[in-house]
Structure formats: structure tokens, C-alpha cells
Ligand binder design. Structure first.
Ligand SMILES: C[S@@+](CC[C@H](N)C(=O)[O-])C[C@H]1O[C@@H](n2cnc3c(N)ncnc32)[C@H](O)[C@@H]1O
Length: 199
């Protein structure tokens, strides 16, 4: 079966894998939200083979994601259905990862994603967000400004999100900012850690 392929995911999968290798313990249990074509899940399965990678997608995109994982990384668990606004699995993870999803969902979904991710993380677990981000409403690069305009012209609910606002929401849910890592093509990885009870 011919599976769809995202050129962006092809370019960014290795730089992301290098960050994940530094942050995740070898046996980490990770939940991926909005896994898309599954190129990331497959790449991480081959490059971080002892990590337990649970990919997920909304129902419409689940069959193609499942097909790629079955073909290219059959050792991974089957991807699960997960809409950020719906039911989440009733289990805990060492990390919740999502790439290039926040600017696709309406902004109102981001606080829900952060709250539910926080509730599924173990203490010391990390929420890891990859994508383009603004800071205090200011564009950090021309390419991100153009991308933001293109998204908003397609759908007014979409748009590049603000790292400062995300950080404020994360703190409300007990997630402490740990790292803000510059990535190729003016993208970033934002990392938040679930504080302990005294944290
Ligand atoms: C631009 S794609 C990114 C896919 C993949 N993570 C990547 O980096 O190639 C955005 C993804 O977000 C997913 N998505 C959108 N709204 C969602 C929601 N409410 N819950 C879960 N995933 C959602 C879409 O199904 C889509 O696969």
C-alpha cells in the first residue's frame, strides 16, 4: 500500500530523535499525540528501540498510521485512537510527545492537551512539544510569520502558538519549563517536567 509521506517529518525526524535520545530513559513509555503519517514513530522505533512508543491519532487518520506502523515498525504497539478533546488512555507515561499539532488545532485545545498530558505523566515525566512557536506574540522568524499567515488564511482557528502562553498554561497544571531547544528551520522543542508533590 502506498502510504502518504510528509517531507517535513522526513527532514525533522533525525534532529528530533537526537533530542529524544538525550531526554528519554532507554525504557521510557511515551505517548505520541497526532502522530500523522507515522514517520516519526517508525524512525524512533528504529533509533530508540527500547523506548515503548505509543502513537495515537484522531479516528480519520488512524488507519493510515496503523498501516505504516504495521509495515515499517511491526514491533511497536498498535496506534490508538485519541482526539485531544476526547478520551485519553487510563494509564501513565514517562513522556507525552507531539509534533506540529498545536498550530493545527484550535488554541482552546492546547490547554486541554496540557492538562490531560499532565494528568497522565508520572512525576518527573516530560511533555515534549515540537513545532514553530512565537514569543509574547512576536514572530521569531520570517518563515514562521509567513507560515502563521498561511494557516490563518486557510482556517482562522489555526495559527502558530505562543511559547510564553503555553508556558503559563503548563505551570497552572504543575508542569515546569525545563528546556527550549532551537531546531532546524526555526522550529523549537519545548520541554516541561511534571513537578513532584512539593514541586
Ligand atoms: C501537521 S500534522 C502533524 C503530524 C505529525 N505529528 C508530524 O509531525 O508529521 C497535525 C496532526 O494533528 C492531528 N490532530 C489535529 N487535531 C487533533 C486532535 N484534536 N487530537 C489529536 N490529534 C489531532 C491531525 O490529525 C494531524 O495528523
Amino acid at each position: 500500500m502506498e502510504l502518504p509521506s510528509s517531507p517535513a517529518a522526513e527532514r525533522n525526524k533525525q534532529p528530533i530523535a537526537e533530542v529524544l535520545r538525550r531526554r528519554l530513559s532507554p525504557s521510557a513509555r511515551v505517548l505520541e499525540i497526532g502522530a500523522g503519517t507515522g514517520q516519526h514513530a517508525v524512525h524512533f522505533a528504529h533509533n530508540l528501540p527500547s523506548v515503548h512508543w505509543q502513537a495515537s491519532e484522531v479516528p480519520d487518520h488512524l488507519p493510515l498510521l496503523a498501516a505504516r506502523i504495521a509495515q515499517e515498525a511491526p514491533g511497536l504497539p498498535e496506534p490508538i485512537e485519541l482526539d485531544v478533546m476526547g478520551d485519553w488512555p487510563d494509564e501513565t507515561f514517562d513522556a507525552v510527545f507531539t509534533a506540529n499539532t498545536l498550530h493545527i488545532m484550535p488554541w482552546a485545545h492546547t490547554p486541554i492537551l496540557i492538562e490531560r498530558a499532565a494528568s497522565r505523566l508520572v512525576e518527573g515525566g516530560e511533555l515534549i512539544l515540537y513545532g514553530p512557536f512565537h514569543d509574547n506574540g512576536a514572530h521569531t522568524a520570517d518563515s514562521n510569520m509567513k507560515f502563521d499567515r498561511m494557516l490563518r488564511s486557510r482556517d482562522s482557528d489555526m495559527g502558530v502558538r505562543d511559547a510564553v502562553e503555553i508556558t503559563e498554561v503548563a505551570r497552572v497544571h504543575g508542569l515546569v519549563p525545563m528546556a527550549d531547544i532551537a531546531m532546524p528551520a526555526n522550529n523549537r522543542i519545548l520541554v516541561f517536567e511534571k513537578a513532584g508533590r512539593e514541586g
